[in-house]
Design a protein around this ligand. Structure first.
Ligand code: MF3
Ligand code: CO
Ligand code: CO
Length: 263
């Protein structure tokens, strides 16, 4: 395994990519409400990324993915395909996953959950999943092993009665959308993937947490991953930089409280 260490120049370009991805999620938030279609949200994100940011939506045509963002509703775990016929309705929960590729060629990858109207079960799941992400981010600094991040996520998810998806993981990121290392979110047997973090590494953490079992399957469209038991699933994702003293959340949004990282 070869985990790239970013140069200072590359780190600047990763910062810009991260800011751009965050800005797309901030832009789209007020548009997410009952009645809007996921196809419309995709169009808004596409046009903003291309026309306002001068960048490229990395998912579009990525291994044949047909749209610019992923929209994953309720029991969809990840990689949901935006659809002009799919209207959001009250009680839905949805993940929007945005990856921007800047003109410099660097990637910023981040996703958030939205609750449409009210959902008691959905709100709890989304909150605990974000806590899983935050607990693992708080551990990031040079010398820490990736497995420590995975354990923090799994421990918090299972303590709340949920399960951690095993079929998808986080990833190194840079000039390549998905690069080494693989970032597992559960305590899996992947010793070769258990890298020791070093300053200058960039990777995502993007736990997918299910109310029911962890098993998933991919639908016949070749992309949409769903829970096998049709239980609700949530995901949050950030792109991170390992610094000399800890971590920088490259995709931090203005509304987000990351004060827990100042320890
Ligand atoms: N953004 C996703 C991730 O977090 C990958 C989406 S690939 C796509 O890694 F092709 F489905 F868009
Ligand atoms: Co990712
Ligand atoms: Co993503």
């Amino acid at each position: 395994m070869n985990i790239p260490i970013k140069t200072p120049d590359e780190i600047e370009m990763m910062r810009e990519a991260g800011r751009q991805a965050a800005s797309v999620l901030e832009m789209i938030a007020p548009h997410v409400k009952a009645g809007v279609t996921t196809g419309e949200l995709d169009r808004l994100c596409h046009d903003y990324i291309v026309n306002e940011l001068g960048s490229t939506p990395a998912p579009l045509n990525y291994h044949g993915f047909p749209k610019s963002i992923c929209t994953s509703i309720n029991h969809v775990v990840c990689h949901g395909i935006p659809d002009g016929d799919k209207k959001l309705k009250k009680g839905d929960i949805m993940n929007i996953d945005v990856t921007v590729k800047t003109a410099d060629g660097y990637h910023g990858d981040s996703s958030v959950m939205f609750i449409i109207g009210e959902s008691i079960q959905g709100e709890r799941l989304c909150r605990v999943t974000q806590e899983c992400l935050y607990h693992s981010i708080a551990l990031v600094r040079p010398g820490v092993r990736l497995s420590a991040l995975a354990r923090a996520i799994q421990q918090h998810a299972e303590a709340n009665g949920y399960s951690v998806v095993r079929d998808f993981c986080g990833h190194g990121i840079g000039a390549t959308f998905h690069e080494d290392p693989q970032v597992l979110h559960y305590d899996g047997y992947a010793p070769e993937a258990d890298a020791v973090l070093e300053a200058g590494m960039c990777f995502t953490i993007e736990p997918m947490i299910n109310v029911g079992g962890h098993q998933t399957k991919v639908l016949r469209d070749g992309w949409t991953a769903v829970t096998r038991d049709k239980s609700l699933s949530a995901q949050w994702e950030h792109t991170l930089l390992v610094t000399e003293t800890g971590v920088e959340v490259l995709t931090a949004r203005g509304e987000e409280d990351l004060a827990f990282l100042d320890h």
